[in-house]
Ligand binder design. Structure first.
Ligand code: BDP
Length: 640
């Protein structure tokens, strides 16, 4: 496909303007190999004379993906040790736009912080009767399959390019809940994975597959999937060998085991290290990895039993296994202890396993943050998580080897349902490359690339900068989480999960609200944290307001650090949050005529829904707590 066609075929990140600028100027790239050909195909290039020299001069090597950039004598030069670095350098030039061709500058080095920057698609081949085709997908159908068969992969090529432009280098293409049809991607439907891998390869992206732990039984006809059984080990080894014969750079497997009904090693009385290691051993000869998810908890618990705490589960299961996993087994840990809520503390598992490779998992798809109907820019949330100093030595970004996220992309013309949700995909890639980047500057980059430099940037910042906190303010209060409608998880349902087996409770009664997770009187979850957090969260006085109800059950009159009572805080934030949504809609008016009319129409439709939904949240939450507590609103506003 030609550059022009490619540029015209999608709306984000590589505006024709930027490409033309690059083609018209002189960009020199130096390097060799397949990815260089991709770069050449994109822009046409020349090779500089002094590239070798400069590389020799730079003392540290740039690694497989790093690049150096400088400008001298009217030429912008990208240097890399390896082809992927060149590709990332090229996209960096695109990001810089006109600035890439101004003045002269010395050598800058760019090297990714995370070795793997991965997106997990929760795509099914078939349309699942409850979950749809993409589990927790809010952007239409899968970009890989339609009507049970592979789609034309042209759009996947555009997608691959778009991901490379954000810095993503690994993609798992199917749902972690592996159904019978998708399980076969590992064996007789492997050809479909081969085709996708070929499209991703020129963009430096490796393909991974979610596999079922029961595959030896489901696909191999073995009587058991026991990880210590010789036949099972042999089956995984042979199957994996066949995968690599077809896809030599295959990335590896993703496994959700013993979780929400998926099969796993517990079924055979084995540990999760035993389970992960049998797959790791099969992958090791080929350089592959297994991402083993730590999202293991009892989803059939008795809500009357106050001693079971879902927040504890991952640590209780996995911390004792530290040091028992193979080097190529990566424990994939959700960023919080429960499940991608709008506000959670950082998972203590991230610090609990120093002898294990840990990947932190974020949710770019907005399951619990407005489902791409609400404008919620998640960059600030992720930046806060990654920069959180969990131990005295390191922050989360320093403890994690990799960053993984659940994708928010589907076959929607705007890729992400809500056009503004593209910013989340972009921010994820950029933060995985460099977790210290300012999320608001990342937003600026996205605005430039996706909407152009002439739009009302101040209005976009006013809409998006605080949108995560706005969403938080009109939904479940103070870190208590899960007041969503069961099943689809959109909109408020105050007691929807309260008396269910899922382990997601708020314990609101007439006296107070919140989950007592202290060592002194609660579930003891605070004890899973290193100091000082263990004591900070244990202490009612020191616990940060925004996490108060995650860690403590308090009376409605409890006074927060802010000076407000819990009940008054609930009223105030819910009134303010719903008003803020109205303000966001008003701000968007300023972009009228500055953006593509279809995009404009889509954003307006979503903002209308956000305003409606925020009011619904406000009214249900306020009324619920008003009725429970009997406390009036100090400002006398209407509560139903
Ligand atoms: C939950 C989702 C569910 C996923 C699960 C997971 O509701 O659809 O399968 O996470 O991460 O939040 O496996």
């Amino acid at each position: 496909m030609s550059i022009d066609k490619l540029a015209a075929a999608h709306s984000a990140w590589l505006p024709p303007r930027a490409l033309q600028a690059i083609k018209a100027r002189r960009v020199a790239v130096h390097g060799a190999g397949r990815l260089v050909e991709t770069v050449r195909e994109e822009v046409g290039t020349t090779v500089t004379e002094d590239a070798e020299l400069i590389l020799r001069l730079s003392s540290e090597r740039l690694g497989d993906e790093g690049f150096a950039l400088y400008r001298r004598d009217g030429v912008t030069v990208v240097l890399a040790d390896a082809p992927a670095g060149l590709l990332y350098g090229f996209f960096h030039v695109v990001r810089l736009g006109e600035a890439a061709f101004a003045g002269e500058w010395p050598v800058e080095r760019h090297v990714p912080a995370m070795r793997r920057r991965m997106l997990d698609h929760w795509d099914n081949i078939d349309v699942h009767p409850v979950m749809g085709q993409v589990e927790r997908g809010y952007s239409g159908g899968s970009i890989f399959w339609r009507d049970g068969v592979p789609r034309d992969l042209d759009r996947v090529r555009v997608y691959a390019r778009l991901l490379a432009a954000t810095g993503i280098n690994a993609v798992a293409i199917n749902n972690v809940n592996v159904h019978a049809t998708e399980a076969r991607l590992l064996t007789d439907r492997l050809g479909e994975v081969v085709a996708v891998a070929e499209v991703f390869r020129p963009y430096g992206i490796r393909v991974h597959l979610s596999v079922s732990f029961a595959a030896p039984v489901m696909l191999g006809g073995l009587p058991t999937a026991d990880p210590l059984d010789e036949g099972v080990r042999g089956w995984w080894a042979q199957t994996t060998q066949r995968v690599y014969a077809a896809i030599p750079d295959f990335g590896g497997y993703v496994v959700k085991a013993d979780s929400e009904g998926q099969p796993g090693p517990f079924g055979y009385g084995r540990s999760h290290a035993d389970g992960a290691n049998v797959l790791a051993d099969a992958l090791a000869p080929f350089g592959g990895v297994v991402h083993w998810r730590a999202f293991v908890y009892n989803h059939r618990q008795d809500w009357r039993d106050r001693s079971t705490d879902r927040a504890r589960a991952a640590y209780d299961h996995f911390a004792p296994l530290d040091g028992k996993f193979r080097d190529n087994a990566i424990l994939q840990v959700k960023h919080g202890p429960i499940d991608f809520q709008t506000r959670e503390p950082v998972s203590p598992v991230i610090a609990a396993m120093p002898a294990t490779s840990v990947a932190v998992e974020l949710q770019v798809t907005q399951e619990y943050t407005g489902q791409q109907r609400h404008a919620v820019y998640l960059g600030p949330m992720w930046s806060e998580i990654l920069g959180f100093r969990l131990t005295s030595e390191a922050d989360v970004a320093g403890l994690a080897r990799e960053l993984v996220a659940v994708s928010n992309v589907g076959d929607d013309p705007f890729w992400t349902g809500h056009p503004l949700a593209q910013a989340n995909l972009y921010a994820f890639g950029r933060l995985a490359w460099d977790p210290t980047l300012d999320p608001l500057s990342i937003l600026d980059e996205w605005v430039d690339l996706a909407l152009g430099p002439d739009v009302d940037r101040a209005a976009l910042h006013a809409i998006l900068d605080d949108s995560w906190r706005t969403y938080e303010s009109y939904t479940a209060p103070l870190g208590v989480g899960f007041m969503v409608r069961p099943g689809h998880h959109y909109g408020p349902d105050v007691d929807g999960y309260e008396y269910t087996p899922w382990g997601t409770y708020h314990f609101a009664d007439r006296e107070g609200v919140g989950v007592d997770r202290t060592r002194a009187t609660g579930t003891g979850f605070t004890g899973q944290y290193p100091q000082p957090w263990s004591d900070v969260y244990e202490s009612l006085e020191r616990c940060p307001d925004e996490l108060l109800l995650f860690f403590h059950h308090v009376p409605y009159e409890h006074v927060l650090h802010s000076g407000s009572t819990v009940i008054q805080h609930i009223y105030d934030t819910h009134f303010a949050g719903a008003e803020r949504a109205v303000e966001m809609r008003r701000l968007w008016e300023r972009l009228a005529g500055q953006v593509d009319p279809e995009l404009d129409a889509r954003v307006r439709e979503r903002l209308d829904e956000q305003v409606r939904s925020a009011a619904e949240w406000r009214d249900q939450i306020n009324t619920y707590f008003h009725r429970k507590s009997g406390e009036p609103d100090a400002k006398g506003r209407q509560i139903y």
